[in-house]
Design a protein around this ligand. Structure first.
Ligand code: NDP
Length: 284
């Protein structure tokens, strides 16, 4: 039976380190600041934003919340971003996605200063990651990397199979694994014989959004399995993209859903904000 990778415990440990880092900066007169921008009243987005604010408060990070109505124009949002880009108290700017349809998402993401882009979605930061000199790395995939590090999983020379090629998880996590010298295969909906490809992996990273698509019997004995997927089945139950019980009988380590990758995402947002504030401190 696989070791269960406890995302909550890893996140709690990291958050303790972040809190200590924030204290250290505060003692030098610098309070890390995160601006959180929410446009409209999508219930899921509201929940994410309040979780982020709560996490900032617990870490000692100043959070500056901007809640704008659903009919906000692109111009108004761009003006706010410009103000935040120039606001010295703000080290990170987070615009909660998705945005209402009258606003061009890529235009907004590109307006955020790359030096405050703690979500790592600006094309400049995507390019920095792709060329092997990252400035800010997107939070969910970065959290996956921290988990692998925490369990002592050295990726050098390993076969990593990533399932899912989104810009927010699949592609960046593949680049991060490549930077750690893994041999990486990136799968998607047109991949032929997914079972065979997954069966070769020393490390499987699933980010698909299809409940239990990855069958336990596909997993190579001893593989490490990281499940990013969060799928609601029925009223209350959440399951991942991997058939957890069956995969757990073959894997050496596996993340549960919930309680695996989930708690790492906001943790890495705090981590990136602290990192940005440290850069401000170094600039003097
Ligand atoms: P997207 O919907 O953007 O991407 C899904 C990817 O899966 C696509 O590349 C798609 O391929 C691929 N795919 C779909 N069906 C199949 C299939 N049958 N076989 C192989 N590949 C397939 O999803 P996200 O990356 O945004 O999210 C993935 C999951 O991770 C979701 O469950 C989401 O909720 C979760 N998530 C969790 C986070 C956390 O904090 N824990 C944060 C972000 C996401 P194609 O490109 O060909 O369409």
């Amino acid at each position: 039976m696989a070791t269960i990778i406890d995302g909550k415990a890893i996140a709690a440990k990291l958050r303790g380190e972040i809190r200590a880092g924030v204290e250290e900066l505060k003692a030098r007169g610098i309070t890390p600041g995160l601006a959180v921008v929410l446009v409209g009243d999508d219930p899921a987005s509201r929940v994410y934003v309040s979780m982020k604010e709560k996490a900032c408060a617990e870490a000692g990070i100043y959070s500056d919340e901007h809640k704008l109505p659903a009919d906000t124009s692109e111009e108004t949002l761009l003006t706010l971003i410009e103000q935040l880009n120039n606001d010295e108290r703000i080290d990170g700017i987070l615009v909660q996605l998705p945005l209402p349809e009258q606003i061009d998402e890529s235009k907004i993401l590109e307006a955020i200063s790359p030096a405050k882009d703690v979500d790592g979605f600006h094309p400049y930061n995507v390019g920095r990651l792709a060329t092997g000199s990252p400035l800010f790395q997107p939070c969910t995939p970065y959290g996956v990397m921290k988990m692998l590090e925490e369990i002592g999983c050295d990726l050098q020379g390993k076969e990593v199979v990533v399932v899912g090629r989104s810009n927010i998880v699949g592609k960046p996590v593949a680049l991060m694994c490549l930077a750690r010298h893994a041999t990486v295969t990136l799968c998607h909906s047109r991949t032929r014989d997914l079972a065979e490809v997954v069966g070769r992996a020393d490390v499987v990273i699933a980010a698909v959004g299809r409940p239990e698509l990855i069958r336990g019997e596909w997993i190579k004995p001893g593989a490490v399995v990281i499940d990013v997927g969060v799928n609601r089945v029925g009223e209350k139950k959440l399951v991942g993209d991997v058939e957890f019980e069956a995969a757990g009988k073959r894997a050496s380590a596996i993340t549960p859903v919930p309680g695996g990758v989930g708690p790492m995402t906001i943790t890495m947002l705090l981590f990136n904000t602290l990192e940005s504030a440290r850069r401000r401190a170094a600039r003097g």
